[in-house]
Design a protein around this ligand. Structure first.
Ligand SMILES: *Cc1c(COP(=O)(O)O)cnc(C)c1O
Length: 320
């Protein structure tokens, strides 16, 4: 259901619109872990996260009628930004539905990327109803942030890049929420080297995919606030793709605490000169805290940098 060829095809489209983010060798992490550790700096991607890869691929694969009607999403975060950016780039109408409680700066951020923001109701469920209405009554296409094959294939282009940049790679540490990112990356990497291992990293607060894999089916996990806000949320009880793909492609899932995420953000800044959001710090946090010990060259994917800068300043100002 997700083929290597889908990812190769996605790269032909996506690579025209994004930057190939750098990979750097981390001396500090390599010494701490005892293996060569590389960082994939996807925090430097346009819009500040990898989400534009999946969004561009999903929009490109719409048929002409779907393109004319446009796309809709629910996210106030990186997916909303990514889809808004991609839609604007490809001159497609895009509506992002949000609850009226969403902070003004997030609304303005999405509007600035050219999307229409529709504020509905006092919670996510009411915004979901409007998104459903737009798909059924106005023929718009709902784009899931993770449970969509074209989105997964788009995120998988990161795997192709990583393999070219680090051919000797043996382990990849990848942030995990709904699983679109890790499933795409794992499919790409394992097609190129079937001995390569892929480790998912989630926060220990409300780790929906981790709990669902343990239960053997998608389950409801109560959402909790986390510094890694891009990793919060469920995988959908009617999950179509990422639950099964994660089961097949991900070798292990490890969890990090809020303190470990905060320390990861601090470390990324002071040791690597990188600004990352919470989700962007979980892979290095898992290595620093020895949640899983790789026995060969490894990459930690730093997937995003969209953090409130006052929050970031307070975190990096803490003495470690
Ligand atoms: C969306 C997102 C994730 C999680 O991706 P999934 O495909 O839901 O697993 C991780 N990090 C950042 C920065 C994100 O925006």
């Amino acid at each position: 259901m997700l083929l290597f060829e889908d990812i190769v095809r996605a790269e032909k489209i996506v690579s025209k619109h994004i930057i190939t983010t750098p990979v750097v060798h981390s001396k500090a992490l390599s010494e701490a872990v005892g293996q060569h550790i590389y960082l994939k700096l996807e925090n430097q991607q346009i819009t500040g996260s990898f989400k534009i890869r999946g969004a561009i691929n999903a929009i490109s694969n719409l048929n002409p009628a779907q393109k004319k009607a446009g796309v809709v999403a629910l996210s106030t975060g990186n997916h909303g930004r990514g889809l808004a950016f991609a839609a604007n780039l490809m001159k497609i109408k895009c509506i992002i539905c949000m609850s009226e409680l969403v902070p003004k700066n997030k609304i303005e951020g999405i509007k600035a990327l050219g999307a229409e923001v529709r504020l509905i109701g006092a919670n996510q469920d009411e915004a979901q109803l409007e998104a459903d209405r737009l798909t059924t009554e106005e023929g718009m296409t709902y784009v899931s942030p993770f449970d969509n094959i074209d989105v997964i294939a788009g995120q998988g282009t990161l795997g192709l890049e990583i393999y070219r940049q680090i051919p000797e790679l043996t382990f990849a540490f990848v942030p995990l929420s709904g699983g679109g990112l890790i499933c795409g990356v794992a499919r790409a990497l394992k097609s190129l080297n079937r001995n390569l291992k892929v480790i998912g990293v989630s926060m220990d607060r409300g780790a929906a995919m981790y709990e669902s894999q343990k239960a053997g089916k998608p389950i409801f996990v109560r959402e909790e606030e986390s510094l890694a806000d891009a990793l919060t949320g469920g995988i959908g009880l009617d999950n179509k793709y990422t639950f099964q793909l994660t089961k097949k492609l991900v070798d292990e899932i490890v969890l990090v605490s809020e303190k470990e995420i905060a320390d990861g953000i601090h470390y990324a800044y002071w040791q690597e000169s990188q600004i990352v959001e919470g989700a962007g710090a979980v892979a290095i946090a898992s290595l620093l805290n020895k949640k899983f010990k790789p026995n060969g060259p490894s990459v930690a994917l730093m997937c995003g940098r969209n953090i409130n800068m006052e929050k970031h300043f307070s975190l990096i100002s803490l003495k470690s």
